[in-house]
Design a protein around this ligand. Structure first.
Ligand code: ADP
Length: 555
C-alpha cells in the first residue's frame, strides 16, 4: 500500500497544540501514524489567527443516515446540525440514505455537500441498468459489455425471454438451464426466485430475469460475491474512485443446484445469511459468519496461484464501463458525490460478472469485518470529498523561488507516493502550466481557505481525543492528507462565518484540474490517462474514452 506524504508545517502542529492549551505531541503523532510527514516552512501570523478562529464543520443527518457516518464525523471533530439552534444553511455535509429533491440540489450552497447526485438511480435500478448496458452493447459491441449475465426486463421483454428460454432448452437437450428473477426496485435479496422451469416464473410488476451464473467460484463449497465500493465525485467532469478494500459476502449453506429454493445457498446477501442456521457455525474455509474483507479474499486467491491483480484490473474496467453507460444521461450538479456498492460475482473461470449496483450501500456494522471496512470507508469518503473540486499541484510545478508568495502556497499541497498505475495518470502538464488561467486562479484566489478547513478538522480531531474517555482504544485517525488549492467558481463567503467553507466547492465542467491519484484507500480509476482526461472535460466523449479503454484492455 502506498503511503501519503503529508506536507505540513511544524508550526501548524505547534499552533494546533497551542490552541488546545498545550497538548502533548503524542496526540498529534497518533493522528499521523503510518504516514510520512515532511515538515515544511512555518505558517504565517495570518494562519495562526485563522487557526484560532476555527469552528467545527457541521454535518446534517436524518433518520436514514447510517450511524457509522455520524460516529465517524463526530470522531473527526464535526458538529451535528441542530435545526432548532442553527441557521438553516449552517451545515457543510448532508448525508442520508434517500435521494435529495432537485430543489435541494439547486439550493445547495458553496460550503455544502450532498451525498447523492441527481439521476444516479439509472445506475442502481436493475431494469434501468440493464437498458443502459444493452444500449452500450449495441453501440460498442457485445465483447466489451459481456460482463453482465443476459438480462430481460419483464413484462416488456417477456416474449424475447420465452424465445431465448426455448432456444437454450433445445441446445441443452435434457440438461436444465437456470434463470434468476429479481424485482427491479427491491434490494437485499427480497422477492428473488431462481428457476429452471419457466412455469415457476411469476411476476407482478417490473422484474429482471437474468441468466443464473451456475458455476460460481466457490470458497470451501460456498458461493460468494464481492461488494466493491465506488465513489463518483463528479459526473461532469467524470471522476471515479474505487475503494481498494471491500467485502466478500458468503452464502451460508453449501452451493447446490439441486435445491434452487434454498436462499442460504444461492443468495449471498448478508441480510439473508445472518439469520441462517449456519451463520455462526465454522464453515469449511470460510469460517464463522458470512463476510471476509476483500484483501483477505485476494490473498486467498494469491495463495491458490490466482492472478488477483488481473482480476482487480478487470473489475476496474467493468466499473468504468458501467458508469460510462449512464454518465451522459446524468444531469449536471455540483457539490455532491455518490457512493455506490457494486455487486460482482466471480465464476470458476475467474471471470467477474456484474450483478447489480447499489444505491446507498449498507453501512450497518453487523460484524467485526463490517467495522474494519466500513469505518475506514467512511473516513476515506470524508477525506475524498474534501478533494473534490480542489486541485493538487505537483511538486514539479512549483517553479517559483523559495519564499515567494506562490511558493508558499504550493508548500501546502500533498504529494502522494505514486501507486503502480500512476504513470498512467500523470497528465498534469496542462494543469500545472503556469500560464493556465485555471491554475493561476487556483493559486491566487483562495490560498488560505483550505489550510483553514484542514486545520479546523485537525484541531477538532484532537479536541475530540482529549475530551473522550478511552481515546487510546479509538481506531487510528488518519492525517488530513492534503492541503489543497481551492478552485472555486463561487463568490467567497465572509470570513466571519468560518465554518461556511469558501470551498471545496463544485467543479466547473471546463475545469482543468487533475483529480488526486488516491485518497486513503480510494484509487482514481477514471480519468486514467491524458486522453481520457481530455475526453471527459468540456462534455463527455464516450467513444474516445472507450477507444482508450480498449487499448488498455488489450495490453
Ligand atoms: P438484491 O438487490 O436483491 O440484493 P442482487 O442482484 O444483488 O439483488 O441479487 C442478490 C443475490 O443473488 C446476489 O448477491 C447473488 O448472490 C445472487 N445473484 C443475483 N444475480 C445472480 C446471477 N445472475 N447469477 C447468480 N447469482 C445471482
Amino acid at each position: 500500500m502506498t503511503s501519503l506524504s503529508v506536507l505540513i508545517t511544524g508550526r501548524a502542529t505547534m499552533n494546533a497544540h497551542k490552541s488546545l492549551g498545550g497538548v502533548t505531541a503524542n496526540i498529534f503523532n497518533l493522528s499521523l501514524e503510518g504516514h510520512n510527514i515532511q515538515k515544511r516552512q512555518p505558517l504565517g501570523k495570518e494562519d495562526e489567527a485563522l487557526g484560532a478562529a476555527l469552528k467545527p464543520l457541521v454535518f446534517r443527518v436524518d433518520e436514514t443516515t447510517p450511524r457509522v457516518v455520524q460516529s465517524v464525523l463526530l470522531e473527526r471533530g464535526w458538529d451535528q446540525f441542530d435545526e432548532q439552534q442553527q441557521d438553516v444553511e449552517d451545515w457543510n455535509l448532508y448525508w442520508r440514505a434517500s435521494s435529495f429533491r432537485m430543489v435541494e440540489h439547486v439550493n445547495v450552497k458553496p460550503w455544502q455537500r450532498l451525498n447523492h447526485h441527481p439521476g444516479t438511480t439509472t445506475l442502481t435500478r436493475k431494469d434501468c441498468l440493464a437498458k443502459h448496458l444493452a444500449y452500450m452493447r449495441r453501440l460498442y459491441g457485445e465483447s466489451l459489455y459481456e460482463f453482465t449475465p443476459r438480462t430481460f426486463i419483464i413484462p416488456n421483454d417477456y416474449t424475447k425471454f420465452v424465445a431465448e428460454y426455448f432456444k437454450e432448452k433445445q441446445v441443452l437437450g435434457t440438461k436444465p438451464s437456470y434463470w434468476i428473477c429479481k424485482p427491479a426496485e427491491l434490494s437485499r435479496g427480497r422477492g428473488i426466485v431462481i428457476f429452471s422451469d419457466i412455469r415457476d416464473l411469476n411476476f407482478n410488476g417490473t422484474y429482471v430475469v437474468q441468466k443464473y451464473i451456475c458455476n460460481p467460484l466457490l470458497v470451501g463449497r460456498y458461493k460468494c460475491d464481492l461488494r466493491i465500493y465506488v465513489c463518483v465525485t463528479g459526473f461532469k467532469p467524470l471522476t471515479i474512485y474505487v475503494y481498494k478494500e471491500g467485502l466478500v459476502r458468503f452464502a451460508t449453506e453449501k452451493f447446490d443446484l439441486q435445491n434452487l429454493q434454498d436462499s442460504y445457498a444461492h443468495l449471498t446477501n448478508s441480510s439473508i445469511n445472518k439469520s441462517g442456521a449456519s451463520y455462526k457455525k465454522i464453515k469449511e474455509v470460510v469460517g464463522q459468519g458470512c463476510k471476509w474483507t476483500l484483501s483477505r479474499f485476494f490473498s486467498y486467491l494469491r495463495n491458490g496461484d490466482v492472478d488477483d491483480l488481473l482480476l482487480w484490473q478487470k473489475i476496474k474496467h467493468m466499473v468504468i464501463l458501467t458508469v460510462l453507460a449512464v454518465a451522459p444521461s446524468v444531469p449536471v450538479a455540483y457539490n455532491c458525490f455518490e457512493l455506490f456498492g457494486f455487486d460482482i460475482l466471480i465464476d470458476e473461470n475467474l471471470k467477474p460478472w456484474l450483478l447489480e449496483v447499489n444505491y446507498s450501500p449498507a453501512l450497518s456494522l453487523d460484524c467485526s469485518t463490517d467495522v474494519s471496512v466500513k469505518r475506514s470507508l467512511v473516513h476515506d469518503v470524508i477525506e475524498l470529498i474534501h478533494l473534490n473540486g480542489l486541485r493538487r499541484e505537483d511538486k514539479k510545478c512549483n517553479r517559483a523561488s523559495p519564499g515567494s508568495p506562490r511558493n508558499k502556497q504550493l508548500e501546502l499541497c500533498t504529494i502522494p507516493a505514486s501507486p503502480p498505475y500512476v504513470s498512467l495518470i500523470r497528465f498534469t502538464n496542462r494543469t500545472c502550466s503556469k500560464t493556465n488561467p485555471v491554475v493561476q486562479r487556483v493559486v491566487n484566489v483562495y490560498p488560505k481557505h483550505t489550510r483553514t478547513s484542514q486545520l479546523r478538522e485537525m484541531i477538532n480531531k484532537q479536541r475530540v481525543f482529549l475530551t473522550r474517555e478511552g481515546a487510546k482504544s479509538k481506531p487510528k485517525l488518519r492525517a488530513c492528507h492534503t492541503t489543497r488549492k481551492a478552485f472555486s467558481p463561487y463568490t467567497p463567503v465572509a470570513q466571519s462565518q468560518p465554518h461556511r467553507m469558501k470551498g471545496p466547492v463544485g467543479i466547473l465542467p471546463e475545469a482543468g484540474y487533475a483529480p488526486d491519484d488516491h485518497v486513503g484507500n480510494f484509487v482514481l480509476i477514471f480519468p486514467f490517462n491524458e486522453a481520457t482526461f481530455g475526453a471527459s472535460r468540456n462534455g463527455l466523449n464516450v467513444k474516445r474514452i472507450i477507444q482508450e479503454l480498449q487499448k488498455l484492455m488489450n495490453k
